[in-house]
Design a protein around this ligand. Sequence first.
Ligand code: V0D
Length: 254
Amino acid sequence: MLALIKKWFRGAKIDANLVSSTGDIPRHVAVIMDGNGRWAKAHGMPRVLGHRRGVSVVKKMAILADSLGVKYLTLYSFSTENWKRPKPEVDYLMSLPREFLIKELDELIEKNVKIQMIGFREGLPKDTLDAVEEAERKTANNDGLILSFAFNYGSRKEMTLAMQAMFADFQAGNLAKTEITDELYSSYLLTRSMPDPDLLIRTSGELRISNFMMWQLAYTELWFTDVYWPDFSEQHFCDAIAEYQRRVRRYGAL
Ligand code: V0D
């Protein structure tokens, strides 16, 4: 399989030799897709054009992750804090899930990708949510790559709502104090159907977690790059995986 990818990569000028076929391919890769606005500014363009460029990178990374054998790819596309941005920018961002799905859904279905949203559905524009839920429905039975969009997602809100739900179960007599374990708590989170991420990638030079999967990232390898998301390429993704493999192997030697 990796030989095939390497051949394909050579056409795309990618050095996949960095990625080891005997090494550990992360099962779950999470990405904070940062730097679209800064990319636009650096090119003298309005911020929204950075976001638009960012959309085209999403499909490329999903296809590559799938080819490499990554099972879960989770992309942070809109945080619960992003509502504070100027309204025209928020309105534009809300058009992107639909735009992405109109363009890419058929090919993703063909590739057996399962699309999911993790985030809060209340307060989203109806046409945006309709498009996302249609994609979820159409791909619900696919068993290839699980492509999750963290959209209107925030980790603290996810965790406080999990506590509320646990407390409600406790009050209803369905949960005893001693049953509360970390596994049980995980089952109340929006990510309950996924394993924790093995690798987190953050683009654009910020060295923070920014309210993204704080519970789930407890043991995750973190990989940061200064590259802005619209410039993030297959080569960068392979570099991150190769670095992950070097780190995992070091642990193995202990
Ligand atoms: C802009 C870079 C895909 C980050 C990537 C609403 C900022 C491109 C989606 C998407 C965004 C979301 C849900 C879904 C399918 C696609 C997306 C947003 C921003 C924020 F089901 N790209 N993308 N959503 N950008």
